[in-house]
Write a protein that binds this ligand. Structure first.
Ligand SMILES: [Zn+2]
Length: 476
């Protein structure tokens, strides 16, 4: 039974490979020949698990490799020590590929299917950005190889974009015009399925409200006190009442960050972090304005001062179906991802540990989807890039079906062969698609026409604090 299955798999693989033209087979071979190095870099970044704007070692691993491969590397771009741009070739077209490499705090995990931290309390790659950063660079290097063979001409540019999980590094690159001369840009993201991503994301804005009152003894002279935490509670009540009156596409998240230290002091300081989202930036802005008024109202009621500081905001992704279709064609050429019995067993283990049905992995190429008007899900700083240049987006299986994202389970898979296979697949799909873009000016033109039509007259305006990126340890 197993033998038959293996034979069948072998047959499927050879059928897929035959569909590749000799030129495309060479692009795929470029990535295969570097498999060991790509996995080694990914595992190193996985183990380092550096969080937003602290990804010094991770960024260095990627930038050093790009430099070794002959790319021109500019480090510390746009006031961010861990941002870099690596470029190869010259002239048009200029194709960009985005990479991320930041981890998430508190979810350190070993590469095993039961929960056990690698380092207690440390960060972990719960969004698979170790794979993301390396897979994208693998694609860029395969394009460089094709340029060296004299098959294609133009520029390939890899963006090392830090702090996607917090602070949104791409916004500062966008602010400085770093994407403006690109013809087309590509990215991918780890996922529980493999598809050309033609869904948008949610726009968001992040801001912090600080309330300042007057401390006093909570019992002997409370009339001398003005409570900052009262204001925060009133603001919370105001937001919760308001939830009934927002559109279903809106999300409002709050986090009480500080509210005094002890029960017998009237707190004179409170800090409240608020995030407003909507499927469209235009829908998010009036909600943001209203929540600011709720802050003002709460401050008036509690008779305290208040101050609002903008963290940053994101645009929703501007979808490009023409680009998505080109990617889909290349994914179908590659075929899906196949797994070994050991990998399927690992997936069952993850599903058992996270109370999910034990259905294993889905590495098949999903059919090309309709683009939904109001998709659910999260937000990404790729959204901002997509308003400046047409963006082609890929999702690749790096974890079993139903895996809770941003959790230890994703960390576990990102440090072993399930994640590695997804990363390699992403490198190949992106490289083949980019390869087509160099050879098909008419497709680039069609992609740009769709981009212009969808963008219309909208003028891109980044939502950013004037102070620049909040780099840890930076003087204000
Ligand atoms: Zn992510």
């Amino acid at each position: 039974m197993r033998l038959t299955l293996l034979l069948l798999l072998a047959l499927c693989t050879s059928v897929s490979a035959q569909k590749l033209s000799p030129a495309k087979a060479k692009v795929v071979a470029s990535i295969d020949s570097r498999e060991g190095k790509l996995i080694d870099m990914s595992d190193k970044i996985w183990a380092l698990a550096e969080v937003a704007f602290e990804e010094g070692e991770s960024a260095k691993i990627l930038a050093d490799y790009a430099e070794e491969q002959g790319f021109r590397v500019e480090r510390g771009v746009s006031e961010m020590p861990t941002a870099f741009i690596a470029e190869y070739g010259s002239g048009k077209p200029i194709i960009g590929i985005l990479g991320e490499f930041d981890a998430l705090p508190g979810i350190s995990q070993k590469a095993q299917p039961t929960k056990a931290p690698l380092h207690t309390g440390a960060a972990g790659h719960g969004c698979g950005h170790n794979l993301f950063g390396v897979g994208s660079l693998g694609a860029a290097v395969a394009i460089k190889d094709a340029m060296d063979r004299g098959e294609i001409e133009g520029t390939i540019r890899y963006y090392g974009t830090p702090a996607e999980e917090k602070y949104f590094g791409k916004l500062y690159l966008a602010r400085d015009g770093k994407f403006n001369d690109l013809d087309v840009c590509l990215d991918w993201h780890p996922s529980a399925k493999t598809s050309a991503n033609v869904q948008s994301s949610l726009a968001l804005v992040d801001f912090v409200v600080e309330f300042r009152g007057q401390a006093a003894h909570a019992s002997s002279d409370p009339w001398n006190g003005r409570s900052a935490s009262d204001a925060m509670e009133l603001m919370s009540a105001g937001i919760n009442a308001y939830r009934e009156h927002v559109r279903p596409t809106v999300r409002i998240h709050t986090h009480m960050q500080q509210a005094g230290d002890v029960v017998n002091v009237v707190p004179d300081y409170a800090k409240y972090w608020v995030r407003v989202r909507d499927s469209k930036r235009d829908g998010m802005i009036p909600v943001w304005e209203r929540v600011k008024k709720i802050a003002e109202g709460a401050a008036i009621m509690a008779n305290v001062d208040y101050e609002i500081s903008l963290v940053s905001g994101l645009h929703e992704v501007l979808v490009n179906r023409t680009g998505g279709r080109l990617l889909q064609d290349n994914m179908e050429l590659l075929g899906g991802i196949e797994y070994t019995p050991a990998e399927i067993k690992f997936a069952y283990g993850i599903q058992k540990s996270t109370d999910k049905e034990q259905v294993g992995l889905d590495g098949s190429v999903q059919p090309f989807q309709e683009t939904r008007e109001n998709p659910g899900g999260g937000s990404t700083d790729v959204g901002d890039v997509s308003w400046l240049v047409p963006e082609i987006r890929l999702g690749v299986t790096t974890a079993p079906v139903g895996t809770p994202w941003h959790s230890w389970a994703v960390v576990a898979c990102g440090g072993m062969s399930i994640g590695h296979k997804g990363m390699k697949y992403a490198a190949k799909a992106l490289a083949l698609t980019a390869y087509d873009l160099y050879q098909q000016p008419e497709t680039v033109k069609a992609i740009r026409e769709e981009f212009e039509t969808r963008r219309g007259d909208a003028k891109y305006e980044a939502i950013l604090p004037a102070a620049g990126p909040p780099i840890p340890g930076k003087k204000k």
